[in-house]
Design a protein around this ligand. Structure first.
Ligand SMILES: *Cc1c(COP(=O)(O)O)cnc(C)c1O
Length: 584
């Protein structure tokens, strides 16, 4: 079954049907208090019970994991046991970084005071002035205050280590945070590009020195980054309808859907990893990429849902693959990279073939900010492929971009993405909001002032590890402590768990009597536990994704206890049935 061949219409219809069912259940339950009629006793649980095989199997086929989980979140609210909801479906972290946020507020104060020096009439002020801003910053900051001290250290790092001019830097930060000019340059503020490059190099490149040759485009989160990449690869005729792209599965569901929607007309090929290979990509799967008809390879590293970073040997093999298929474009989403010790991005191994996506959303608890980026090497395969397009294609593209630049022929792909993000015509007002760029600077600098011994990153790893270990211990499973395991999520095969606990007969009964979606519906409606549906990520049947980002360690123990309760209820039903059929 190819879940990705989804039809949007069918999805909407199915979702409406489900929400109508859930909504109707709620209405009837409310009605029960008033009228007490028989049908009004019906609970949400009954409704999911009645939503059996056909409806559930239709859902499994047509909905993505996120849509299914949204439905279960609704069911969990009114769970039969009256438990507090435990939502381990969400990837949104339940922590934030405080230092950069406090520094942002402090910097805003300073920047507004700078504007008031220029002109101040009631709530109205002018613009900040470059001359002497560095000295005024020194005078305003109090080294005895923790937040001020961080800002002092951050500026000192930029001046001493990155060799920036202090006044120029502070001018960019103060104008940027106040947001009184359009982003200029549109793609990325100048000092920001240097800071973001240093951050990427320190956290993701595993020692490779690429900061000086990498261009950065800050975007509205990793989500926008991915949209911009596919939009521009398609618009620039690098990916054409009918082209094959390989996707490392299991993968974050929306990514399964991208090639299908938007009329890109791409054909997707799975490069599958499995539990047996520890969710790393086997040699035989990776060698599919040697086929020159495969134009792009799209992966999340460390992966989501498996939370697994590519091993060093797989990275080496990727390098060999590029030697055989030198036109291959690798698109890597490294949002979870910082959760792995000594992480190495594919970009550090095949920099000229890779488009890197990063997001600040997860590590810094900043999903609401919408801050991510695209990084591309100055010398990259996409620019080369554009330069090798047939003359006619090139002329048409030059024409289109010539409305915003004088040398459209040589416009780099990364700048084309920025122009395309605003339909080319509005290139001059494109680019990420400058306050968001400054916040990215501050987050990056919380790391850079410490270098390899960043206590915040160490804490983030420790936090998810403690939760992961509590979960695995409660499940009675051996934790995977290998370096490549980011432990941000984990995939648990419920069918295997059942077989180990109750034996194969009952596991078979569960498989044939409870579809995965029904099982997850039961877990939500009866026990108030929300997990994510694995096959929606193209993980095998029976698999669920449990997020370690969203609950405290003891919650995972409680979650496993409730799972045990449900399985006991299933088991009782199974024993009743077997007793009946034996009697018959
Ligand atoms: C959460 C997540 C992101 C972050 O996306 P934003 O749009 O930056 O919030 C990116 N990629 C993957 C695979 C994710 O799971």
């Amino acid at each position: 079954m190819r879940r990705r061949n989804l039809c949007i219409g069918a999805v909407i219809v199915a979702m409406l049907a489900v929400f109508a069912l859930v909504g109707c259940g709620a209405a009837e339950t409310t009605g029960a208090q008033g009228s007490g009629t028989e049908t009004s006793e019906q609970t949400v649980g009954d409704i999911t019970q009645s939503m059996t095989d056909e409806a559930a199997s239709q859902l499994e086929d047509e909905l993505g994991a996120f849509e299914i989980t949204a439905m279960q979140r609704e069911l969990a609210k009114d769970n039969e046991a009256g438990y507090e909801v435990l939502d381990a479906g969400r990837g949104n972290p339940n922590w934030i970084n405080t230092k950069a946020r406090l520094a942002y507020a402090r910097l805003m104060d300073f920047a507004v005071a700078e504007c008031q020096r220029d002109m101040s009439k009631g709530d109205m002020a002018g613009h900040g002035q470059r001359k002497g801003v560095g000295n005024r910053f020194d005078a305003a900051m109090d080294p005895a205050d923790e937040t001020d001290k961080f800002l002092i250290d951050a500026v000192a790092y930029c001046v001493d280590t990155l060799e920036m001019d202090k006044d120029e830097l502070l001018m960019e930060l103060t104008d940027g945070i106040v947001g009184d000019y359009y982003p200029s340059p549109s793609r990325c503020l100048t000092h920001t590009e240097t800071i973001l490059n240093e951050y990427l190099q320190s956290t993701l490149y595993g020692g490779a020195d690429l900061a000086g040759q990498t261009k950065v485009f800050p975007t509205e989160g990793g989500s926008a980054a991915i949209c911009y990449i596919f939009q521009s690869l398609s618009h620039n005729r690098v990916l054409k309808p009918g082209d094959k792209i390989a996707i490392a599965t299991p993968i974050f569901t929306p990514y399964l859907q991208i090639p299908d929607v938007n009329n890109y007309g791409l054909v997707s090929i799975d490069v599958t990893s499995t539990a047996e290979s520890g969710w790393d990509i086997d040699e035989s799967e990776l060698s599919k990429l040697e086929d020159p008809t495969i134009k792009a390879f799209f992966l999340v590293n460390p992966s989501n849902p498996a939370s697994r970073a590519l091993s060093d040997s797989t990275l080496e093999r990727l390098e060999q693959v590029i030697q055989k298929n030198p036109d291959l474009i690798v698109i890597t989403d490294d949002v979870y990279g910082t959760f792995v010790d000594g992480f190495r991005t594919a970009y550090s191994v095949v920099p000229h073939n890779t488009i890197l996506v990063y997001s600040y959303s997860k590590l810094y608890g900043a999903t609401g900010w919408r801050i991510g980026l695209i990084a591309v090497n100055e010398e990259n395969v996409v620019d080369r492929l554009i330069s090798e397009l047939p003359d006619e294609d090139q002329r048409e593209l030059e024409d289109e971009y010539s409305i915003v630049t004088s040398d459209s022929k040589d416009m780099a792909f990364i700048d084309r993405m920025c122009a395309d993000s605003r339909s080319i015509g509005l290139y001059h007002t494109s680019g990420l909001a400058t306050p968001a760029q400054v916040f990215m600077d501050l987050l990056s600098l919380t790391h850079l002032v410490h270098g390899d011994d960043d206590p915040y990153i160490a804490q983030s790893k420790k936090l998810v590890r403690e939760r992961y270990e509590a979960l695995m211990d409660a499940l009675g499973l051996e934790p995977d402590e290998s370096r490549e395991n980011a432990q941000y999520y984990t995939i648990v095969d419920i069918n295997k768990l059942i077989a180990a606990r109750y034996g194969e007969d009952f596991a078979d009964w569960k498989k044939s009597n409870k579809l995965d979606v029904e099982f997850l519906n039961d877990l939500a409606s009866k026990k108030g536990v929300v997990l994510m549906y694995g096959p929606g990520f193209e993980a095998p049947e029976g698999c669920v994704r449990i997020s370690l980002a969203n609950l405290d360690a003891e919650d995972y123990v409680e979650l496993v206890r409730r799972l045990g309760e449900l399985l006991e209820e299933y088991h009782a039903a199974y024993e009743d049935q077997t007793a009946l059929s034996e009697a018959a």
